[in-house]
Design a protein around this ligand. Structure first.
Ligand code: FES
Length: 586
């Protein structure tokens, strides 16, 4: 039997067994210690730091040494993704390395909702069979529904309870569209019908439980995407999936467990049985929806870069492994061609963007900057790889928008930082980052070319928080990518920023992005101030809308089909544009 080594984890006081040579990061993941692993264990992000309280401390070298020195950390600090287990050790998880529970719930811009879902329940009375009319229960039911050809799966028929011998009896029938019976119950229970709306984001997953009768949201739950353990961004997760034939399933299982956990939380909060949830609508980017469905992602990462599906017909949620009603359906919001995901289709549906006249631009700021331009009746979409900086992930002091993250900043003879929940500042999330870069430009701490001019070549925020030249470089890349995409698509279709009737911003920044600072940095072009609207989590708002309305779902599918995809990154001029756009400012 292989030797096993005991690792003690503080402050939990947990003891776990590890194999010699195993990486500490993997042991901690196995022990369900929630650790930030933004780079997927590649030793790049420096977020998985631990302190070795006792145990071997081999000599530091290479990137790890540089990273610890840059942060002035003592040599008993180690990256858990680099620390090989050779002997028993006690390790302390540092507070900043622990993946925080997300308490910031951004429900997204909430459009007026029509309740006309794909799943409906009807209570009916049908005559009991008699000697004079010994009709089969299912035939009577089909007549009562006026749907003679509706399909009833055998599992439904097996559940039909025998009716009383005389008179009439009541049943509740749950239908999916006009084609399929999902359930038949004795008695009246048409009010007990629920659905799940999910925004499956690269960084964060938000789920809502809704009544499919009233349309009300009954509970909401949120968690960091558990796949962060395998990489902060889509590219890292795709490359993880290539490393080993089991890795796609590992990614899938990770997100499935998370979703089932969120469902448990939702039903407990709302006191609703989970087997009453009859449909889940999931809005996600192309990579996330392929992974959730267990569909190969190789083609997304390898030339000629294409998706396996853009649209799927609704299918049994049990095929995903979601623990809902046994015959519940899952609907994955369709992607727009290969690279623009269902999260954008959902956002467009929530905002009604495609239906309005005039010129408009919809910008989703996440790890990808997705851009949809409306010019009259025409819709064009493109995406640019902004990277995870806006979600705080590729920066030495970046973090998700969780308590303790700097969310806003002002200047009062120095930086005046506002954190989420007023906790001591632990790091910067996207909106705080934009404020700080804009303030640094104004205060002359940073040049438009991105060179830090502040003493020590650092923008010092607090004793333990500062932006380095490398951080600024990451931000320049993110801003430059978005700016290039917006500039190029506007130019391509002959729309000047000043002629945009609306400029909608969805995604990571929620509604707390400062428009003036975003303009100063270069994220927002010179558009009329009243044209800018923040949508927040429009992907969730769209999933909610498409759960509650089958007609809106059909309309969203039509919009996804008619959008023309423009591949800007393949243009010869893209690189020059991108280099030019790295300069801060409009
Ligand atoms: S440095 Fe260890 S997970 Fe990124």
């Amino acid at each position: 039997m292989a030797e096993s080594i005991t690792i003690k984890i503080l402050p939990e006081g947990l003891s776990v067994q590890a194999r010699p040579g195993e990486l500490l990061g993997e042991v901690l993941t196995r022990a369900a210690v929630p650790l930030n692993r933004y780079c997927g264990g590649r030793g790049l992000c420096g977020k998985c730091l631990v302190r070795i309280v006792s145990g071997p401390l081999p000599l530091l070298e290479g990137d790890e040494k540089a990273l610890l020195e840059a942060r002035s950390l003592t040599t008993d600090h180690r990256l858990s993704c680099r620390y090989e287990i050779r002997a028993p050790a006690t390790v302390e998880i540092l507070p900043g390395s622990r993946a925080a529970a997300i308490s910031v719930l951004d429900a997204g811009f909430c459009p007026p909702l029509t309740v006309d879902p794909a799943v409906k329940s009807f209570s009916l009375e049908i005559p009991s069979p008699s000697l004079a009319s010994p009709r089969a229960v299912l035939d009577s039911l089909r007549d009562a529904l006026g749907l003679p050809h509706i399909v009833a799966p055998l599992s439904v028929v097996k559940d039909i309870r025998l009716p009383p011998k005389n008179g009439r009896f009541s049943l509740t029938v749950c239908l999916y569209g006009e084609n399929e019976i999902l359930d038949i119950e004795t008695g009246k229970s048409e009010e007990d019908l629920y659905g799940l709306a999910v925004d499956l984001g690269t960084s964060t997953v938000v789920a809502e439980l809704l009544s499919l009768v009233s349309g009300k949201t009954l509970s909401r739950a949120v968690a960091p995407n558990s796949q962060i353990t395998y990489g902060a961004d889509v590219v890292s997760r795709l490359s993880f999936s290539f490393q080993n034939s089991d890795n796609l399933e590992r990614l899938r299982n990770s997100i499935l467990q998370l979703l089932n956990g969120l469902v448990s939380e939702l039903v407990a909060k709302a006191a609703v049985p989970r087997n009453r949830i009859c449909e889940a609508v999931i809005a996600a980017n192309t990579a996330m929806n392929h992974i959730l469905c267990g569909v190969a992602v190789d083609s997304l990462a390898l030339s000629p870069f294409h998706a396996v599906f853009s649209r799927l017909d609704p299918f049994p949620a049990s095929e995903l492994g979601l623990g809902l009603h046994p015959r519940a359906k899952a609907y994955v919001v369709p992607n727009i061609k290969s690279f623009i995901g269902g999260d954008i289709t959902a956002g467009l549906a929530a905002s009604g963007f495609a239906e309005r006249p005039g010129n408009g631009l919809f910008l989703d700021l996440g790890t990808n900057g997705e851009i949809v331009l409306r010019k009259g009746k025409h819709l064009y979409a493109t995406s640019t790889a902004a990277g995870p900086a806006f979600e705080g992930m590729s920066l030495s002091c970046g973090m998700l928008a969780v308590p303790g993250a700097v969310q806003k900043a002002g200047w009062d003879d120095g930086f005046d930082l506002k954190t989420i929940d007023g906790l001591p500042a632990q790091g910067l999330c996207g909106t705080g980052l934009v404020d700080i870069v804009a303030l640094s430009l104004r205060q002359g701490l940073l040049g438009p070319d991105g060179k830090i001019t502040a003493p020590g070549r650092k923008i010092v925020l607090t004793k333990s928080l500062s932006l380095t030249q490398q951080d600024i470089r990451e931000i320049q890349l993110a801003v430059g990518a978005v700016k290039t995409g917006v500039r190029m698509i506007l130019r391509e279709f002959g729309v000047s920023p000043g002629r945009l009737d609306e400029f909608l911003i969805a995604g990571a920044f929620g509604s707390s992005l400062d428009v003036e600072n975003a303009g100063a940095v270069g994220l927002i072009p010179d558009v009329p101030a009243d044209a800018v609207t923040f949508l927040g989590n429009s992907s969730l708002a769209g999933a909610r809308k498409l759960l509650l309305s089958a007609p809106d779902r059909a309309a969203a599918e039509g919009v996804a089909r008619r959008i023309e995809h423009v591949s800007l990154a393949s243009r010869a001029s893209f690189q020059d544009e991108f280099v030019g756009a790295m300069t801060f400012g409009r």
